[in-house]
Design a binder for this molecule. Structure first.
Ligand code: PSU
Ligand code: MN
Length: 310
C-alpha cells in the first residue's frame, strides 16, 4: 500500500514515532450511533478523555476518499454534522477511496486502518456481532471476521445487547479472538453491566492487559485481536427490565418494517433511545467514556513496556 493511502495527522504520526501512547477511536458511533448535535460534543469529549489519560486520540474516518487517522476540528465537525457521511465497514473502504466518498468507519474499518497506521489500542462502545435473526438473515457484523485477522486491542463494553450475545461469543471462539473481562468474570452487556454470559479470563489492571498483548506477540501465530470487555458501572447501566421490554418491541418493529443490512444497528440504537426517553443514550455514553479512559491507560502500559501506569 503506498504511504499516502492512509493519512495520519501530524500529532498522531509524531506520537507513534516517539512510541508515546495513542488510542484509535471509531467514527460510526459519532455519525450514526448518536443524535446530532450532541454527537460532536461527545466526539470532542472522548478525545479530551484520551488526552487526560496521557495518550493521543486518533479518530478514524474517510473524507473525500482519503482514509484519515487523527482528525482536526473541521474534519471532526464534518463527520458529526454532514448527513451525507456514509457508514463504512472494512469492505467499503476501497470503493469509498475510489469514489472520493466520505464516511464514518465502523469497528471493522477502524481496526483495519488503526493497525495499518501502527496503532495497537482502540476504544469503542460495543462491537457488532451475530444478530438475533441470524437464521433468517445471516446478519453477522463484519467486525468479527476482521478482528480475527487484525492485531489490535479493542476496549469495548462487550457487544451490543441488541445482538445474540451467546452466538457472538461462540463466533469469537471459533474465530480465535481472545476475550478478557476487565475486573469481572461476566461478559459486559453494552447498556447493561453484565450480559449474564461468562468469560474465561479476567484481568485487573492495564499492566495485566499489556502483558496479554506482549504474550500474543511472543507466541506469534494468527494475528488475532484482543477484546477487553469493560462493563459500564452498575449505577450507570440501563434498567435491565426496561432494556428487555423496549428491545423486544424494537426487534419486532425492525422486522415489520423490513429493515436490513447496515441500517439495522443504527435503527435499533435510535429506537431504544427514543423509547427509553434517552436513558439508553446515557448508558451508552457512560460505557464509551469508561472504555476510552481505560484504553488510554492500556496504551500507556503498552508503550511503557510493562512498568508503567496502573
Ligand atoms: N458502539 C456504539 N455505537 C455504535 C457502534 C459501536 O456504542 O454505533 C457501531 C460500531 O461502528 C460497530 C457498528 O462497528 O456499530 C456495527 O454495525 P453493524 O452491526 O452494521 O456491523
Ligand atoms: Mn450487519
Amino acid at each position: 500500500m503506498p504511504e499516502t493511502a492512509v493519512v495520519l495527522s501530524e500529532e498522531v504520526r509524531e506520537a507513534l514515532a516517539a512510541r508515546r501512547p495513542v488510542v484509535a477511536l471509531e467514527s460510526t458511533i459519532i455519525a450514526h450511533g448518536l443524535p446530532r448535535p450532541r454527537n460532536l460534543a461527545v466526539a470532542e469529549e472522548l478525545e479530551a478523555l484520551v488526552r487526560s489519560g496521557g495518550a493521543v486520540p486518533a479518530t478514524v474516518a474517510v473524507l473525500d476518499g482519503v482514509p484519515r487517522v487523527g482528525l482536526d476540528k473541521a474534519q471532526m465537525e464534518r463527520v458529526a454534522g454532514d448527513t451525507g457521511v456514509r457508514k463504512l465497514g472494512h469492505r467499503d473502504l476501497a470503493p469509498a477511496v475510489a469514489a472520493g466518498a466520505s464516511g464514518a468507519t465502523t469497528v471493522s474499518a477502524t481496526a483495519f486502518l488503526a493497525a495499518r497506521a501502527g496503532i495497537r489500542v482502540f476504544a469503542t462502545g460495543g462491537l457488532g456481532g451475530v444478530h438475533r435473526e441470524w437464521a433468517e438473515t445471516q446478519d453477522e457484523s463484519a467486525d468479527l471476521r476482521l478482528l480475527a485477522g487484525t492485531r489490535v486491542t479493542v476496549v469495548c463494553a462487550g457487544v451490543k445487547s441488541i445482538l445474540d450475545v451467546p452466538a457472538t461469543l461462540q463466533r469469537l471462539e471459533t474465530l480465535g479472538v481472545g476475550v478478557v473481562g476487565y475486573g469481572t468474570d461476566r461478559f459486559s452487556g453494552f447498556y447493561l453491566s453484565s450480559s449474564g454470559e461468562p468469560v474465561d479470563w479476567t484481568v485487573g489492571s492495564p499492566a495485566a492487559v499489556a502483558a496479554v498483548m506482549r504474550a500474543q506477540d511472543a507466541l506469534g501465530g494468527p494475528e488475532a485481536a484482543l477484546i477487553v470487555a469493560n462493563p459500564v458501572p452498575e449505577g450507570e447501566q440501563l434498567d435491565p427490565a426496561l432494556h428487555d421490554r423496549v428491545l423486544a418491541e424494537g426487534l419486532t418493529e425492525c422486522r415489520e418494517r423490513g429493515i436490513v443490512g447496515q441500517a439495522v444497528t443504527p435503527f435499533l440504537l435510535e429506537y431504544l433511545m427514543r423509547r427509553t426517553d434517552g436513558a439508553s443514550l446515557e448508558a451508552n455514553l457512560a460505557a464509551v467514556r469508561g472504555n476510552v479512559r481505560l484504553a488510554a491507560r492500556i496504551a500507556a502500559a503498552w508503550t511503557g513496556g510493562g512498568s508503567a501506569a496502573e
